[in-house]
Design a protein around this ligand. Structure first.
Ligand code: SF4
Ligand code: SF4
Length: 187
């Protein structure tokens, strides 16, 4: 029988895949990646699935970290910033969600004909000219994440959780369903 730890292991494999992809792109195109600590215009994530909310709460528990909600901050365009952003850095970097690990990478996005990328990156080298091996397939990543999230929620005996999204502000405050908090406390 699949256990929560097995699902978590597979989730970490998805995260590691994104991180390795990031290293490969940075190594091949060092002058085309502007991502750096303190640059955080992309940190506008609002919600996550149950598995990723669990992963962040588990990380906070293991790190013995108690984060206090701060006043809402905004990008220069007025978009709300993620509450885990503190002094321009991610407070849960090691446990950041999958989508955060794709920030700045050349992406093949569902429904888009052309690859996409943060406008601060690949300014002197069009992502359209990249070999497909440097394009991250978001559809595939998303499918794997959905599959794992369903498996996780079924292990918690609550399939309904898999259709829910949890606000990052609630993840930070620990305002999540008891079954998720109990699973994080016991893992
Ligand atoms: S979780 Fe971290 S990396 Fe992701 S949006 Fe929030 S601050 Fe940024
Ligand atoms: S993806 Fe763009 S906004 Fe985000 S860190 Fe990289 S360069 Fe900065």
């Amino acid at each position: 029988m699949t256990r929560i730890q097995d699902v978590l292991l597979q989730y970490r494999e998805i995260c590691s895949f994104c991180d390795s992809f990031d290293v490969r792109v940075r190594t091949a195109f060092p002058s085309q990646i502007a991502c750096r600590p303190g640059c955080a215009h992309c940190c506008t994530l609002k919600t996550v699935c149950a598995l990723e909310a669990f992963g962040i709460r588990l990380h906070l528990k293991r790190a013995g970290c108690r984060l206090v909600p701060a006043a809402q901050a905004y990008t220069s365009d007025g978009e709300p910033l993620c509450p885990f952003l503190a002094d321009g850095r991610c407070a849960v970097y090691a446990a950041r969600p999958v989508i955060c690990r794709t920030h700045g990478l050349p992406l093949v996005v569902p429904g888009e004909k052309e690859p996409d990328c943060c406008p601060l990156n690949f300014t002197a080298h069009s992502v359209r000219a990249l070999d497909t091996s440097y394009l991250l397939d978001v559809t595939r990543l998303t499918k794997n994440l959905i599959r794992l999230n369903i498996a996780f929620c079924m292990l918690l005996d609550d399939r309904g959780l898999s259709g829910m999204r949890y606000r990052m502000t609630d993840v930070l405050a620990g305002a999540l369903p008891g079954v998720l908090l109990r699973a994080a406390a016991l893992s």
